[in-house]
Design a protein around this ligand. Structure first.
Ligand code: ADE
Ligand code: ZN
Length: 329
């Protein structure tokens, strides 16, 4: 039995495995510019975040109907459950779908169809987090939040993703203020490729409660001290960092130093179909390459539930935390 864990940094569009991509392409009459799944997997060589994002957005062309989004979510939840994920807070990128003529209702209701049976079928509780694309305009983000208003009962929070450098958090001040006023939780990618200043800005200007990645905080000791003091969770994605060249090799990942510094680190998969592993694979890889102890792994799992947005169900959080403490390696 795998270690129970929560996954807090997971882009549902990044769980599109080549086999499902070709199945959806056939179902929807979409032609992919790859001969087969092997040829597509060959394209999984990235120099940085942008080279990955180009393929990530290209592959979304196969997602057209509610059923597609439901199938995508269900496939992810089955795989995640098999790797010990008990709770998943799932990002989605509506602007990437709206731009292709797929409506907000199709996306959210389709994902919900997958999520609503997750607890019963997979034993995984779920939340949805709607991300704004930071390389789109602030006005587009505000319009997107407006379009999401009929579905806010299904959405727990907002996030910020896509190309980071050159798109600082401050650009999204207004939409985060509007989201907060609507009672939405707030997270943002910061310090993946962007500088530590973007992490500080995400905290100060956007009021985020968790930082996605946050890797580059290690360049700023005062920022590390603040993140430790305020117990701000970081959702790290080790295999993603290797594939997108944010670190040279997994053995050089700063996770052990971050844990030693007292940061509230969690381990997640980001875009598992593209980066070579789901949540459990990330735990296994850091254990092997970074020589983490059983205690360190238990701490990561405990952190994942502490950092989750389960304030609306503290009983469930307590049950998950008890499972972590009782786990025998
Ligand atoms: N969208 C999907 N994966 C992402 C990542 N790792 N960083 C920023 N945006 C993303
Ligand atoms: Zn991400």
């Amino acid at each position: 039995m795998p270690l129970p864990k929560a996954e807090l940094h997971l882009h549902i569009e990044g769980t599109l495995e080549p086999e499902l991509a070709f199945e959806l392409a056939a179902r929807n009459g979409v032609t992919l510019p790859y001969a087969d799944t092997d040829a597509l997997r060959e394209a999984y060589r990235f120099d940085d975040l942008q080279t990955f994002l180009d393929l990530y957005y290209e592959m979304m062309a196969v997602l057209r109907t509610e059923r597609d989004f439901a199938d995508l979510a269900d496939a992810y939840l089955a795989r995640a459950a098999a790797q010990g994920v008990r709770h998943a807070e799932i990002f989605f990128d509506p602007q990437a779908h709206l731009a292709r003529g797929v409506s907000m209702g199709t996306v959210v209701e389709g994902l919900w169809r997958g999520l609503e049976r997750s607890q019963d079928e997979h034993g995984v509780s779920t939340r949805l987090i709607m991300c704004f694309l930071r390389d789109e305009s602030a006005e587009s983000a505000l319009r997107t939040l407006d379009e999401a208003k009929p579905y806010l009962h299904l959405i727990t929070g907002v996030g910020l993703d896509s190309a980071e450098v050159g798109h600082p958090p401050v650009k999204f001040r207004a939409v985060y203020e509007a989201a907060a006023a609507l009672g939405l939780r707030r997270v943002a990618h910061a310090g993946e490729e962007g500088p530590p200043e973007y992490i500080t800005e995400a905290l100060d200007v956007l009021g985020v409660e968790r930082v996605d990645h946050g890797l580059r905080c290690m360049e700023d000791p005062a920022l590390v001290a603040r993140l430790v003091r305020d117990r701000v969770p970081l959702t790290l994605c080790p295999l993603s960092n290797v594939r997108l060249c944010a670190v040279d090799a997994l053995a050089e990942h700063p996770l052990p130093a971050m844990l030693d510094a007292g940061l509230l680190c969690t381990v997640n998969s980001d875009d598992p179909a593209y980066f070579g592993g789901y949540a459990g694979d990330n735990y296994t890889a850091v254990r092997r390459e970074l020589h983490l102890t059983d205690d360190a792994l238990r701490r990561l799992a405990r952190n994942s539930f502490l950092a989750s947005f389960l304030e609306d169900d503290e009983e469930l959080r307590a049950r998950y935390l008890a499972e972590v403490e009782a786990y025998e390696f």
